[in-house]
Design a protein. Structure first.
Length: 352
């Protein structure tokens, strides 16, 4: 499911970079859709929206980072929260005639006095774009080909993101404005797979926040969701697709979700396996009406069975994958609960 909202208070300039409750959430298991558009030249920069733009090298790639800090305290040494995106090749900063959407899915102002907030751009995707140059799902497509950028699809799989983000963590630990012993990574949906693997090999990472994840892999989540919808034919289609993936797990033709991506998110080393080998503190949050809720409950049972106490579980009753609530049994996009979830995991971070 793809959901996106404009916040109640829209970010207008660098003077109020922390304004707004939630801006945009692009977290989906769906296939990427081709939607040719003519891209306009990028005339705005992250600084226009109150973000610092940092770059580092990883292998032969240039990695773009955005940092949001309290104004005037950009160089002050503080703990860092690294937000790991979900799926889709979307620019981090999107704007239209009414102003920009934001980058983080929770109100940032309450936390900037204590933390620097950081996010990494998708490979091959510009940092800033007008929404009218993007698809309806806010995907960026190469204006020459009408397809996702080659640099993106070639790198869009779990192992690349884990290795790249591990290099980012090492880079951050060397920065004078970073409290190197107090770095947290948070991942939601597809991003949860990345932070689970980072928790297994943490390096300078002190703790992890794992939200709305698929602890037994993406494919089982998709199949279980289909089963709950009483769609037996759809479930059988997923099994057929999985056989195709396993027949050529390295296939990557840049047409939607590649076999390489699917295999990497449903490998034998699942987030559950990663957490079994993790020693750092982990916050696991999920809505009880999320498609993976039962699987997260299973992981909780397994951690209790193993006597593993470094994971803290928080189930949010009657919330779905993106932490929306329901009214009269129907999804209610006015019941947005990311701020509530953020208060919980920030409080947990302070205690751990």
């Amino acid at each position: 499911m793809l959901l996106f909202l404009r916040p109640a208070g829209v970010l207008r300039s660098s003077r109020n970079a922390a304004v707004g409750s939630l801006l945009l959430l692009l977290l989906s298991f769906g296939l990427s859709l081709a939607w040719p558009k003519t891209a306009l030249a990028q005339t705005k920069t992250p600084a226009d929206f109150g973000y610092r733009h940092l770059q580092m090298r990883y292998r032969r790639d240039t990695v773009d980072l955005l940092v949001l800090s309290k104004r005037g305290e950009e160089t002050q040494r503080k703990p860092v929260l690294l937000f790991v995106q979900g799926s889709l090749p979307s620019p981090l900063i999107k704007y239209d005639e009414r102003g920009p959407y934001g980058v983080f899915p929770f109100e940032t102002a309450p936390f900037l006095a204590a933390y620097h907030l950081l996010i990494i751009s998708k490979p091959g995707v510009p940092l800033v774009a007008e929404t009218k140059t993007l698809t309806p799902r806010f995907e960026y497509l190469d204006p020459k080909t009408g397809q996702v950028p080659a640099a993106y699809c070639q790198r869009n799989y779990l192992e690349y993101y884990v290795a790249r983000d591990a290099a980012v963590l090492r880079y951050l630990a060397r920065q004078p404005w970073v409290e190197a012993r107090n770095i947290t990574a948070i991942g939601h949906s597809e991003g949860s797979h990345v932070v689970a693997r980072l928790a297994r090999h943490p390096g300078p990472l002190r703790r992890v926040v794992y939200l709305s994840g698929s602890p037994l892999g993406r494919m089982l989540t998709l199949i279980s969701e289909t089963r709950m919808a009483a769609d037996s034919a759809g479930a059988e289609d997923y099994f057929t697709y999985w056989r195709e993936v396993m027949a050529s797990p390295r296939q990557n033709d840049c047409r939607g979700d590649s076999h390489l991506l699917t295999a990497s998110l449903s490998s034998t080393q699942t987030p559950l396996d990663d957490f079994r080998h993790s020693k750092i503190p982990v916050f696991v949050g999920y809505g009880t009406r999320d498609r993976s809720a039962l699987l997260n409950d299973y992981m909780r049972l397994e951690m209790i069975r193993a006597g593993q106490t470094n994971l803290t579980f928080r189930a949010y009753p009657e919330l779905e994958h993106n932490f929306f609530g329901f009214t009269d049994g129907q999804l209610d996009q006015q019941k947005w609960n990311w701020d509530r979830v953020a208060r919980d995991f920030f409080a947990w971070m302070r205690a751990n």
